[in-house]
Design a protein around this ligand. Structure first.
Ligand SMILES: Nc1ncnc2c1ncn2[C@@H]1O[C@H](COP(=O)(O)OP(=O)(O)OP(=O)(O)O)[C@@H](O)[C@H]1O
Ligand SMILES: [Mg+2]
Length: 279
């Protein structure tokens, strides 16, 4: 019988320049919303972008992109079936949801989950990408650790909501990545639902979930607060219609994601230059 680490082979992802893990210590903070909007923001700026939905507990990228019924095309390479990501809004998308049947409420366990994730990681033809965004499962469990181990060179962004209580969840996720066995660098923190802006009063801000969580988490993990994304009613409405957030007229929202993407580009380009100098 093969060893477990054999089953879950390392992903090579040779043509991918930057791998960015969107993670959180707990569920429901907006990882999938952030991951999908960031991917679209990169693509709008002309970067070759991929989006990998690795959240096997609740893959929501197919819903957010309204591609639930689509399946990746498959081409044979020697004896392997290579999957070609689904393209939408200029983003190459692969989801663990594509490998599950519809309305599958199974909680995947051990080898089955590892196998499906392994297929996604090793048998997807991403081609050349500037950015591969990964929507991680919530929390810091075994699956997250194994995934992060296999995605070598990845950098993590932790999404939290602004209340102080959320900091401890964010720290758990950060500690997982910074653990010396994983050694994944932190790119920064994104604060989601930072403040509420009512549609009829766009100049007003309400700090319904408190404030300061993102800044404190960034300080405590020695990284940067990369974004403060407002909480806006359009998000739910657009999502329910299967539309992306850039289809709203909401400049606040669009600006928040576009400047978030720009910050990431600046940071990753600096690092690329640094590593070229070191070569
Ligand atoms: N900035 C925002 N403004 C308003 N609603 C938002 C915002 N971000 C996320 N939401 C809403 O919050 C809910 C949770 O978001 P999302 O599914 O992206 O979180 P998640 O962290 O991926 O959750 P899970 O851990 O279950 O995968 C969704 O209904 C989404 O539409
Ligand atoms: Mg999600």
């Amino acid at each position: 019988m093969s060893d477990k680490s054999d089953i879950f082979k390392e992903a090579e992802l040779k043509g991918v320049k930057n791998i960015i893990l969107i993670a959180s210590g707990k569920g429901g903070v907006g990882k999938s919303t952030v991951a999908s909007s960031l991917a679209i923001a990169f693509s709008r700026e002309g970067y070759k972008t991929g989006l990998l939905d690795a959240d096997l507990y609740g893959p929501s990228i197919p819903i957010l992109f309204d591609i639930e019924k689509e399946r990746p095309q498959v081409r044979k390479e020697e004896d392997k079936d290579i999957m070609i990501p689904v393209n939408k809004y200029g983003v190459k998308i692969m989801s663990i949801g594509f490998l599950m049947s519809h309305d599958d409420a199974v909680i995947w366990r051990g080898p089955m989950a590892s196998n499906a994730l392994n297929q996604l990681l090793t048998l997807t033809d991403w081609g050349e990408l500037d950015y591969l965004i990964v929507d991680m499962p919530p929390g810091t469990g075994d699956i997250n650790i194994t995934l992060a181990q296999k995605l070598k060179r990845a950098q993590a962004i932790i999404v939290i909501t602004p209340q102080k209580l959320a900091i401890s969840d964010g720290l758990k996720a950060a500690n997982m990545f910074l653990n010396k066995n994983l050694n994944i660098s932190m790119l920064g923190v994104a604060e989601n639902m930072s403040y509420f802006v009512p549609a009829k009063h766009p100049d007003e801000k309400y700090y319904v979930f408190g404030s300061g969580g993102g800044k404190q988490l960034a300080e405590r993990t020695h990284t940067e607060l990369l974004a403060q994304i407002p909480m806006i009613q359009d998000v739910c409405e657009l999502t329910d219609k299967g539309q992306n957030l850039f289809q709203s007229e909401n400049e606040l929202l669009i600006d928040a994601f576009q400047s978030f993407a720009t910050k990431i580009v600046e940071k990753t380009m600096k690092e690329e230059k640094g590593s070229m100098k070191n070569e």
